[in-house]
Every structure is written in C-alpha cells, then in structure tokens.
Design a protein around this ligand. Structure first.
Ligand SMILES: O=P(O)(O)OC[C@H]1O[C@](O)(COP(=O)(O)O)[C@@H](O)[C@@H]1O
Ligand SMILES: [Mg+2]
Ligand SMILES: [Mg+2]
Length: 345
C-alpha cells in the first residue's frame, strides 16, 4: 500500500476558489489584529439575510409577494412588497446579532436606533436595489455599508455615529440576485466575490481578489434623461459613441456596477432637472460601491469630488455618480471640468 501526502492548494493563498464564505471570513479575520470577531459575525448575519431574501426573490412570481406594496417611502418612491420584505429580513438579522447599534435604510424615514448601546457598528443599507425590475425577472440587489460608531459603546448613539464619510467604512458589499446570486464585499483589503450554491445553502468563493480593468468599452447611463445633462456628460457620452462603445443599462445599480467591475466600463447617473443632485443615495448606494470600486482599482466620483470624501449632511442625501474603470472615470471627470456647466433645461 502506498501512502502519499496530501498536496495542498498550490496557489500560495491561504484560501482558494471553493472556500465557503464562513471559512473565508474566519481566515481573513487575521487581517484585523485587534478584531474581536464582531465584524465577522455581522458579515455572516448579512449573508444569512441575503439567503432568505434570495429565496423570496426567486419565488416572488409564484407567490403573492410580487407587485406594489401600496405605499411610498420617504423618497416618494412607490414601495414594492419585496422592498418591504427585504427591509424586514435585514432589520431582523442586524438587530438579532448584537453587533449593530443603528441602521440607516432606504425604506425607513429615520435612523433606527436598536437600543443596543454595546453594538459597535452602524449599518447603512439599500435592502432591495433596482426594485422596479422585480416583476419582470431582471437582476436586483442589496447594498450595504458598515461603519464603526464614533462615540464610545455604552452611550446613546449620536449624529456623528451616523453621518460619517465613506472613507470611514470598515466594510461594504452588495448582493446580486441575478442569473446566479453573488455576494461581493470588501473590508478594505481587496474585493472578493462569492457565488451562492442554492442546494448546499452556502456562498463559495468564486471571484477572489477582483481587479477592475483600467479601461473598458461599456457605458451605462439612462439615456432617456439626456436632454437634462450638463455639457461635460453630453460630450463624454458622445465620445463613447464615436468610439463605438457598447451601451448597457439594466436600471439596477448593483447589476450595472457588477458587470462593469468585471468587464471594464463606466456607470453614470448624473444630475438632471428632475434629480438636481443626482438620483442615487450617498449613504446606502454610492458609498459602498465607491469603496468596492477603489479596492478593486476602479474609481468613483460625483463629477468633481471623490465619492468617499463627501461629508453627508442628511440621511437620504443624493449624489451624482460616475463609477467604474479608472481611465474612463478620469476622462469623464476632465470633460466635465473643462466644459463650462450649461444651466440644466
Ligand atoms: O430608472 P432610472 O432613473 O434609470 O434609475 C435607475 C436607478 O435607480 C435605482 O433603481 C434606485 O434603487 P432602488 O430600487 O433601491 O430605489 C438604481 O438601482 C438604478 O440604477
Ligand atoms: Mg437602490
Ligand atoms: Mg432599494
């Protein structure tokens, strides 16, 4: 009988493709020498809620949870039933874990104080992104940002715990409920993507150390709003067309961002007459994706300023967003600054 030693993975990484999210989180905890494991547990709580929301989204067409909820949220947008369900699922997961003291959600007017003064973390979340796509079976997502609270634990939460710039995020991620379900996140040490294996109920590492292409040939913008763009945006999109780039726009930020992150491209949601500060929300849409973009070597700006450096002043603050391959974002930004801003029609 021959006995041979097990040959471990040759990649040189402490983890390899096929590693479960749980195991990966545990291995990565050593990146934070003083970490107590609470952030790791929080990421697991989010992953659990994502699995539940995944279950709800995949059967929405079969049950009575598709369609409008019959109310508008604080932004004046019609809530879908799944917006409300996803919000409940994430709220439950985040409040039960014990690591979180406060939550900012797209679906809640005010900050939700969990009355858990020992919780170290604040979470900002868009529980269901791209919800207008639910009933037509097109990819949707969840976006989250995690901040460490500024004030000491044991004391009531304060405004400064909530109103933190994106640079203060300790982790951020998104879940994409698409042709497969993926969870992509960063803790500031690169970006990793996990694909959900439904029958096993596990997320597995499928996209280790994601690196965004520096350049690309895809532009993503809602061209229906073109009449309201400033000159710099018009000129940049014209140039994309001159170069015969491909136009790709799903209308789910997570899905549009994810495609461009992997393939190379730029996503733009500029200011328009209807949305003079842009449409996307700083705290629970732009910041998380901006951190992921930067960690993957891409960029995110509002046209003049790095998204992560914007100091929020209101909870549901909006921002113009240009995000994606670094060379494309730099070019768009320079066209915006070189062309005098024409007043919006
Ligand atoms: O329909 P528009 O104006 O192009 O807006 C699309 C954008 O709005 C959003 O749907 C907003 O997200 P919510 O569904 O979470 O409100 C983004 O996902 C998307 O990129
Ligand atoms: Mg959204
Ligand atoms: Mg939403």
């Amino acid at each position: 009988m021959k006995i041979i030693p097990y040959q471990p993975d040759q990649s040189g990484l402490a983890y390899s493709v096929g590693t479960t999210l749980d195991r990966f989180i545990k291995l990565k905890q050593s990146d934070f020498p003083f970490a107590s494991g609470e952030l790791s547990q929080l990421l697991r709580d989010i992953a659990l809620a994502a699995k539940i929301v995944n279950r709800e989204t995949t059967r929405a067409g079969l049950s009575n949870i598709g369609g409008a909820f019959g109310q508008v949220n604080v932004q004046g947008e019609e809530q879908q039933k799944l917006d409300v369900i996803a919000n409940i699922r994430f709220m439950r997961a985040l409040s039960k874990g014990g690591e979180v003291c406060a939550i900012v959600s797209e679906e809640e007017d005010a900050v939700i104080d969990l009355q858990n003064t020992s919780g170290k973390y604040v979470v900002a979340i868009d529980p269901l992104d791209g919800s207008s796509n639910i009933d037509v079976n097109i990819s949707i997502g969840t976006i989250f940002s995690i901040y460490r609270r500024k004030t000491p634990t044991g004391s009531p939460i304060q405004l400064e715990d909530i109103m933190q710039a994106g640079t203060e995020q300790v982790a951020a991620g998104y879940v994409l409920y698409g042709s497969s379900t993926m969870l992509v996140y960063t803790t500031g040490c690169g970006v990793n993507g996990f694909t959900y294996e439904q029958s096993l109920g596990e997320f597995f590492l499928s996209h280790p150390n994601i690196q965004a292409p520096k350049n690309g040939e895809i532009y993503s913008v809602n061209e229906g709003t073109q009449r309201e763009w400033e000159d710099g945006i018009l000129a940049y999109i014209d140039q994309c067309k001159d170069r015969r780039y491909s136009a790709r726009y799903i209308g789910s930020l997570v899905a549009d961002f994810h495609r461009n992150l992997l393939k190379g491209g730029i996503y733009l949601y500029p200011a328009t007459k209807k949305n003079p500060s842009g449409k996307l929300r700083l705290l629970y849409e732009a910041n998380a994706l901006a951190l992921i973009a930067e960690q993957a070597g891409a960029m995110a700006t509002d046209g003049t300023q790095r998204i992560l450096e914007i100091q929020p002043t209101t909870l549901h603050q909006r921002t113009p967003l240009l995000i994606g391959s670094s060379e494309m974002v730099i070019e768009a930004e320079s066209m915006i600054s070189s062309l005098a801003k024409a007043p919006l029609l």
